[in-house]
Design a protein around this ligand. Sequence first.
Ligand code: ZN
Length: 457
Amino acid sequence: MTTWTNQMDRLIAPAVARSEVTDEVVVGAGRLADTGALVRRMTDKARVLLCADDEGFEAAGHVVKTSLQAAGFEVQAHVLPAAPLPKASVEEAEPFRAALAADPGLFPVSVGSGVINDLTKYAAFKTGRRYVTVATAASMDGYTSAGAPLAENGFKVTIPTRAPIAMLADLDVIANAPAEMNGWGYGDLAGKSAAGGDWILADALGIEPIDDVAWPMVQDHLKGWLDGPEGIASGDHDSIARLYVGLTAVGFAMEAHGSSRPASGADHQIAHMWEMEGHSYQGRKVSHGAAVSVGCVASLALFDWLVDQDLSRLDSDAIVQHAPSLQARELTLGKAIPDKKIAEKARDELEAKFATPAVHAARLRMLRSDWPALKDRLETHLYRHKTMADMLQKAGAPAYAWQIGVTSEHLLATMHAAAFIRRRYTIFDLLHDIGQTEAAFAAVLPLLTPQSAELAS
Ligand SMILES: [Zn+2]
């Protein structure tokens, strides 16, 4: 059996060696006090700007600060309030950026989970600084990735930045993080299953070929990382270590591929809509991982529907003939996305991915002739949506929209809008290409509502 320590040697170490940015990754129990020595290996600056929110600071900041001081650093802590949660936005990163810009002698160290890491990453990049990240929860896959998924003027984009020069994760700290946060990370990792399905579609249609570095880094190990979801909820060290290694590998896969394709597809497009809306449930903003969990199950339900179709019998001529023009698509987009700023950005994405009739016809020809093989690839790769929903719930993550306060109508509207917000080819685009968007949405929606899911369980 492959253990997580094994994977640190065989998967993460080569990824670090290949990385142009990250020089060191430390994962293990009781490692927090090694932060000072690690940062000392990374910089000869004398002073550290410790970026955290107060929860992250409580969880790890004190030990990190002491260890930095023991390594000879003067530490200036910049701690944001954890309630309300800091927003994943460029605006929220401004205090960190300003502090770094004002003092070239400061070396940034982020102590926290997703948002704090992304804010620090962005601020460090903007001021031409390297940074070290200390993880406090296995809550998302972005610790080691180059991009920072932040909202800029309300539109969520993955801003090209730079991965950390080093990352440290103390498994004792991570196992003690609120269980729901590790559940969110499990959801973010689970999304890679659906995202892999999207990449298989793009590959099969010759739109975006699967590569032989990033794909195996994630997809060859995904099922092992997702195995034993109960351990995530109960704080089992081994399950959480596997999850953490998985999330770390995904970050490197994104760096190796130069985009978030290895990590994000229709599942993330759905999640990004709720993140842009600032969707809240029970008085709190819904986290990235929770939104991805729900997006993942919805996306897998669409794949379940797809593999039950017989695309070898597509009436390609009729589909191409009745396909809406770009102008008609823009009208549909306007209806699907009422927010003007988001719609404006989405219009660029739509234009970039709009297929001419010739391209559209060629895709349908490929689908017709290659369908049995493609269907087989998808079925081998994907989880059925119900299986994934059960795993997510065991891990303590939400699986269905109502579990994060999203009604069926809202979910349907989200799926309609999400199809437009990225040029990346996903199942949404395939459903459009085969002229079956409405049919597929109508078929899956009842499966994702409380009544049927409760009856089924
Ligand atoms: Zn994600």
